[in-house]
Design a protein around this ligand. Structure first.
Ligand code: VGL
Ligand code: ZN
Length: 209
């Protein structure tokens, strides 16, 4: 238990039905993170979750761009945007958390992706870094110094959430067995881990906690 202290938070990223096998934007083996996360939560005094929570007219959905298909690229908010299948629509069961995920300890849920004009992978800021969910200020207000990141998906929301946590000055840890990648290219998950390590994020496995 040397890594976790009272100033630590477990940040559970987007463990929602649409990212689980059978969901609209299924991450292979995404369900396998759930028992690991449930075990890890017991070791933390602070647990917070993020939730991808899009309006149905969201600009990241291929269906909102006539003639376009999922996984093609467009420009959105001045940024290159991958078009996704419709997923995590506000009020849909796909946006709900995995039914086996233990929520009893959660202090708060930070929702993201609500602005149709811009995508939002990170739990802190949108991809253009204009909108702020308030997560960073909240963590600072409760005295958090260490952020442990897990959940879905490694190569998108987990990566950008961890990079933003680090850039905001938190000591940041990735729990590598409690995450899975979309892997549009087969190496994307490994590249994401390398990028996080290069940014000074410490990679741990849940059994090291
Ligand atoms: C995510 C793609 C689109 C994620 C969310 O949670 O990683 N990926 N929206
Ligand atoms: Zn999304």
């Amino acid at each position: 238990m040397e890594w976790i202290n009272d100033d630590s938070v477990l940040l559970i990223v987007d463990v929602q039905n649409d990212f689980i096998p059978g969901g609209a934007l299924a991450v292979s083996e995404g369900d396998q993170v759930v028992p690991l996360i449930n075990d890890m939560q017991k070791k933390f005094r602070h647990v917070i979750a993020t939730q991808d929570f899009h309006p149905s007219d969201h600009g990241s959905f291929a269906a909102n761009h006539p003639g376009r298909k999922p996984f093609e690229f467009i420009e959105l908010a001045g940024l290159t945007q991958i078009l996704w299948p419709v997923h995590c629509v506000q009020g849909s069961s796909g946006a709900d958390f995995h039914p086996k995920l233990n929520r009893s300890q959660w202090m708060a849920v930070f929702q993201k992706g609500k602005n149709p004009e811009v995508d939002s992978y990170s739990g802190f800021f949108d991809n253009a870094r204009r909108g702020d969910t308030g997560l960073g200020d909240f963590l600072k207000s409760i005295g958090i110094r260490r952020v442990f990141v897990c959940g879905l998906a490694l190569d998108y929301c987990v990566k950008f959430t961890a990079l933003d946590a680090k850039s905001l000055g938190f000591e940041t840890f990735l729990i590598s067995d409690a995450t899975r990648a979309v892997n549009l290219k087969p190496e994307d998950g490994n590249l994401a881990i390398a990028e996080m390590e290069a940014a000074g994020i410490t990679v741990l496995t849940s059994n090291q906690l």
